[in-house]
Design a protein around this ligand. Structure first.
Ligand code: ADP
Length: 172
């Protein structure tokens, strides 16, 4: 049984949203083993540290139904995505597509990754229409301004966001 297909779903996950989890759930049905690659991505100046993003993602994944969670592993990476994919012996990169606005960037990245490693295919998945509009960037913006992000992230992530912004704004 050397046919098992491993996929990598890479992202910053700053923080993980219901949209990301919907993609993970779907991706786990497409590949045999899914590795969620949490990118260090210092260039994006994330709100949460890599360790915090990893811990949040691991907690979310452990809350998935057992038959799904059993095939999903969460790992950090800070090298080139195609190199990470190679070291994980994966052959598929999973990306989520939301609106047309994602398309150009995702298209360029998939094409460049294909040039860097022709053995790897990028597969795009769409989240449910309930979650498609969610972005980590807007979740942070809403959280920063004191809005309720409860429909976009889990209760645990919501609490992390509230604590983060209370600490930053209130000096508590
Ligand atoms: P990155 O910093 O690599 O863009 P993100 O953490 O923002 O990473 O997102 C990871 C992946 O998940 C990207 O492919 C992004 O398009 C996808 N994604 C994020 N939010 C959603 C959503 N609500 N629905 C579908 N795909 C999404």
């Amino acid at each position: 049984m050397s046919e098992a297909k491993t996929g990598v779903y890479p992202g910053t996950f700053d923080p993980v949203t219901c949209g990301h989890m919907d993609i993970i759930y779907r991706a786990a049905k497409v590949v045999d083993e899914l590795i969620v690659g949490v990118s260090a991505n210092a260039g994006k100046d994330p709100l949460f540290t890599l360790d915090e993003r990893l811990a949040m993602m691991a907690a979310e994944v452990s809350g998935l139904p057992e038959d799904v969670a059993g095939h999903v592993t969460v790992k950090p990476f800070d090298n080139l995505l195609v190199d990470f994919v190679e070291t994980q012996r994966a052959s598929v990169i999973i990306r989520g597509l939301r609106a047309v606005s994602d398309f150009e960037y995702e298209f360029q990245m998939a094409a460049m990754n294909a040039r860097l490693n022709a053995r790897v295919e990028t597969v795009f998945l769409m989240a449910s229409d309930k979650y498609q509009f969610i972005s980590s960037r807007l979740v942070k913006e809403i959280g920063r301004l004191g809005g309720d992000v409860g429909q976009f992230v889990s209760a645990a992530v919501k609490e992390k966001l509230e604590r983060q912004f209370a600490g930053v704004g209130g000096g508590a």
